[in-house]
Write a protein that binds this ligand. Sequence first.
Ligand SMILES: Cc1cc2nc3c(=O)[nH]c(=O)nc-3n(C[C@H](O)[C@H](O)[C@H](O)COP(=O)(O)OP(=O)(O)OC[C@H]3O[C@@H](n4cnc5c(N)ncnc54)[C@H](O)[C@@H]3O)c2cc1C
Length: 464
Amino acid sequence: MWPRNAVQSPVMHLSSEALQQLKHDHRGDVIAPDDARYEQARRVWNAMIDKRPAVIVRPRSSADVITAVRFARANGLPVAIRGGAHNVAGRSTCDDGIVIDFGEMTGIEVDPAAKTATAEPGLRWQDFDRETQAHGLATTGGTVGDTGIAGLTLGGGFGWLEGKFGMTVDNLLGIDLVLASGELVHASESSNPDLFWALRGGGGNFGVVTSFKYRLHDVGPTIVGGLVLHPFPRASEALKFYNTFMKTAPGELVAAAVLMTAPDGNKACGIAVAYPGDLAEGNRILAPLKKFGPPIVDMIGPMPYLAQQAMLDQAMPPNLLNYWKAEFVEEISDDVIRVTVDAYSRVPSPLSSILMFPIRGAASAVAPDATAFPQRGGYHLGIYSLWNDHTQNPRNIAWVRETWSALKPFIAGGVYVNELGDDDGSDRVMAAYGKNYERLARIKLKYDPENVFCLNANIAPAVT
Ligand SMILES: Cc1cc2nc3c(=O)[nH]c(=O)nc-3n(C[C@H](O)[C@H](O)[C@H](O)COP(=O)(O)OP(=O)(O)OC[C@H]3O[C@@H](n4cnc5c(N)ncnc54)[C@H](O)[C@@H]3O)c2cc1C
């Protein structure tokens, strides 16, 4: 499964003096290409990505991060930053550079009285949720448990709680990060507010985050959640119903539609929901959705919030080959339905899916320029190809590209920065930020004028 290029270029080796110095200065692990752990350590979630860093460091503290950034600059190494390694474009690794891998910084402190959590960037959502739910608390986080909090938070963060509490970025209270200069700074509404604005959507462009502080809310432990499945021949009808249903559903309700292949091997249209409020009210609101069809599977009902958060974990496992494209659409119009259902009828891999996830309620009540994340409405539409055989790369990539092309006449513009692929260029990064791009470029010029942090959906420093 792990790709092997026919001809591998040699891995860049640092001088033994440089490596010894790094091992001396850096408390956490330093993994060079001749280390037995290197092959495993260089892997990321998407098995299409096959890069060979010159060195991988696993910091244990902010001091280690400062050491790594200074070392990278002194040795002219590109810097890749890794939280949960889920970025589909493989931005958390690189060839011939340094990977700052937060795999050993996974701590979290919950303050139940203040309803806040301070978390280290190597933490995954499943652990964040477990720690916060122990106090009946949560914040908007990813819908698949092993996704990293770091990359998801820095790019925006949609999730089941966004309708009630906003995007993940809307729940950030403060961030500590190491700048390109090697200085550790704090960003919040009152401290470096320009940087705080940029970090809420601007990704890894501004520095290496060592700590996130989040606002938490009372959630559950039981919510109304789950999903219904309709047979694929009725997918168009189900999506039409979904589009109409969402127009009048309360903002707190988040419901996502997905074209997928069910565990029994049959194609299906799923509608997954979460209502994190009063249970009786949730049941009442969702009654029409349970009745329509009727569905062939109905798993909607009261369930633990933690079970809701784990519901999709099996659908997107690590180490598969992935190729994705994403867009925003204003609604699930008849045209969008026609194109996506037709495309899914020809999907080459049963692991692939087309997801329609709304940005709504509290998430859409925030102004597009209030944070760097501008997409405050409509539906994120992800065309996700997942497969496990390299010989099938061309077929699966072609399916995504053809579906994406067919959708183009119906898109709203804009794209979720966290789902840009490695073949998406600077025009797509600009599309992701829209009118916020220029302001981001000016803030980039102030905090990272030499574009040290360029292995990301890159915002080039503004030209003065
Ligand atoms: C299975 C799956 C499910 C997903 N579900 C959702 C979802 O429900 N909602 C949603 O909004 N998105 C979702 N996504 C997209 C997700 O937001 C991105 O993949 C995101 O990059 C994941 O963060 P990570 O820390 O795991 O990624 P990584 O690959 O580790 O990091 C991605 C990028 O973030 C930046 N970064 C990471 N850590 C730091 C740091 N400490 N300091 C500075 N920059 C840093 C770097 O630029 C890095 O390249 C999902 C992705 C996958 C693969």
